[in-house]
Write a protein that binds this ligand. Sequence first.
Ligand code: BYC
Length: 334
Amino acid sequence: MYTQAMDIAAAKGEKPGKPTRLENPEYQAQFDDKVDRGDFIEAKDWMPEAYRRTLVRQISQHAHSEIVGMLPEGNWITRAPSLKRKSILLAKVQDEGGHGLYLYAAAETLGVSRDELVEALHSGKAKYSSIFNYPTLTWADIGVIGWLVDGAAIMNQIPLCRCSYGPYARAMLRICKEESFHQRQGYDLLLTMMQGTPAQRDMVQDAVNRWWWPSLMMFGPHDAQSQNSADSMRWGIKRISNDELRQKFVDATVPQAQVLGVGLPDPHLKWNEQRGHWDFGAIDWDEFWNVVAGHGPCNRERLQARVSAWEEGAWVREAALAHADKRAARARAA
Ligand code: BYC
């Protein structure tokens, strides 16, 4: 496993365990130069402790979001209306599992273990995206998640491909390619439903009404309330602010809604010629913080599902470890 504290000390000929990361003006200046030049920081490079902690927080929350994000859609795999739609949904949900794994691996390069990360999720200490605490009530929700939720995710994640931490940036390249397929399959599903019966069109409109505002909340609080943004921007982790990304998402999505023929549930949505952007109404931040605090419609159910999966999978982990021990013993005896 990667433990950068040991690697850095060894690489610099210092005693392992010495907290070289904590304060060192010379290393700090080299780090700042690298970030300013737009070079990647790699796992074995010196980095300020606060940078490392922010990355562990963000990457692990991102990983948890992917894994928890499998649940609302997984709920519909058995009820997909055709073989084609079932295989697409199955592939998409598997992709989300893969994204979670790349991201856990990227977080592990920062000296935390997978077990610590999983424990933080299961104990409720670590956050995951607010969006996955809403229920998927109809088949149209699957299309709307692809269109709006994956659409918002792409908007937020493309800039992360240029994030200053190499392992995170490289994981994001592949994730973004797959997210783009996810967004298209959702939009395609909705286009098909909108050419169907009035009941199908109503189902799509109802799903859009329920998912629109939570999708806008995915970008996080307004910039003025975003406690982590200043540091993350300075360190090149974030490249575009929460509010700017939210605006880009609204601007990209309104014309797509027009093509689909659905309304967006915001009476204040209006093209602003002067700004060259769509104006939109106020987000219900009480709802957002309530969901983030664990009191959304499905928070309890989602965490329970993850904890049960972990407990029910204990035998697989034990069997894999026993097998590894046997192989190691055989190799020693040979
Ligand atoms: N939900 O200072 P801020 C997917 C928290 S998965 C919950 O602006 P930051 C998909 C935030 O953590 C997509 N919490 O934070 C999967 C912070 O609290 P802490 C997931 C939120 O980090 C399956 C506090 O509020 N994407 O695409 O600078 C199926 C103040 O916020 C949320 C990512 O994880 C939220 N929405 O900016 C389909 C992308 N927003 O941690 C699709 C990577 C904020 O200080 N993450 N908070 O206790 C990011 O880009 C950034 O972390 C955020 C927040 C923009 C989300």
